[in-house]
Design a protein around this ligand. Structure first.
Ligand SMILES: C[S@@+](CC[C@H](N)C(=O)[O-])C[C@H]1O[C@@H](n2cnc3c(N)ncnc32)[C@H](O)[C@@H]1O
Length: 183
C-alpha cells in the first residue's frame, strides 16, 4: 500500500475542524459534500457558517463559489476566515455578517444550491426560504440541516406552490429540488 501521508493529514485536519465545530459524527458533512459534487453546484449560498466547517467541505467537493451568511455571534468571522485560509479556500468563499432571514437584502443571486443551517426552527427556516427564493436559479437544490426538527417548514416548502418537486432525507439532511417552472 502506498500511503499518501499529505492526504491523510488533510483528512485528519478536516475531522479536527468538524470536531471543533461540534460534530460528533461526520456523515452529514460527507453527504452534504456529495450533494455539492453531484448537483453540480456552481454558486452556493450557505445560511449559518459558524466556524466554516461545512463551507470547507462544500468548497472542497466542487469548484463552486460560496456566499456564507452568519450573525457570527457564536464565533467571530475571523475564525471561519482562518479555517478557510488553512484549506486554501478563502478566495472562493465570501463571508457576510447579517441575519439569514433577510438574505435577499445581503447578497445577489442566482444560487443553484442553498444550505440552510442557521435558524433550526420552523419559523426561522420558512423566513429564510422566503428571503432566498428570489435568489434561486430556475432549478436549485435546497439542503436543510436538522430536518427532523424543522419538518414543519420543510413540509410547507415542499408544497406545489412552493415550487418544490421532491425531497429525501439522508443523515438528517433534507434535499429538496426547487423548480421555478412548477412554482
Ligand atoms: C449550526 S451553526 C452552523 C454550522 C455550520 N454550517 C457548519 O456545519 O460548520 C449555526 C450558525 O448560524 C448562526 N445563526 C443562527 N441564527 C441566525 C440568523 N438568524 N442569522 C444569522 N446567523 C444565524 C449562529 O450564530 C451559528 O453561527
Amino acid at each position: 500500500m502506498n500511503w499518501n501521508q499529505a492526504k491523510l493529514d488533510k483528512v485528519a485536519a478536516l475531522h479536527d475542524l468538524a470536531h471543533a465545530s461540534g460534530y460528533a459524527r461526520y456523515d452529514s458533512l460527507y453527504a452534504l459534500a456529495e450533494f455539492c459534487r453531484h448537483a453540480p453546484a456552481t454558486r452556493i449560498l450557505e445560511l449559518g457558517v459558524y466556524r466554516g466547517c461545512s463551507a470547507v467541505f462544500m468548497a472542497r467537493a466542487c469548484g463552486a463559489s460560496i456566499v456564507g451568511i452568519d450573525d457570527f455571534t457564536q464565533a467571530p468571522m475571523t475564525v471561519a476566515q482562518k479555517n478557510l485560509e488553512a484549506f486554501g479556500l478563502a478566495d472562493r468563499v465570501q463571508l457576510i455578517k447579517g441575519d439569514t432571514r433577510v438574505a435577499n437584502q445581503l447578497t445577489a443571486g442566482p444560487f443553484d444550491l442553498v444550505f440552510f443551517d442557521a435558524c433550526h426552527t420552523n419559523e426561522g427556516v420558512l423566513a429564510e426560504f422566503k428571503a432566498v427564493r428570489p435568489l434561486l436559479a430556475p432549478r436549485a437544490l435546497l439542503v436543510v440541516d436538522d430536518s427532523l426538527h424543522v419538518h414543519g417548514a420543510i413540509g410547507a416548502m415542499a408544497t406545489p406552490n412552493g415550487g418544490l418537486r421532491n425531497y429525501s432525507v439522508h443523515f438528517g439532511l433534507c434535499a429538496i429540488v426547487y423548480d421555478r417552472a412548477l412554482s
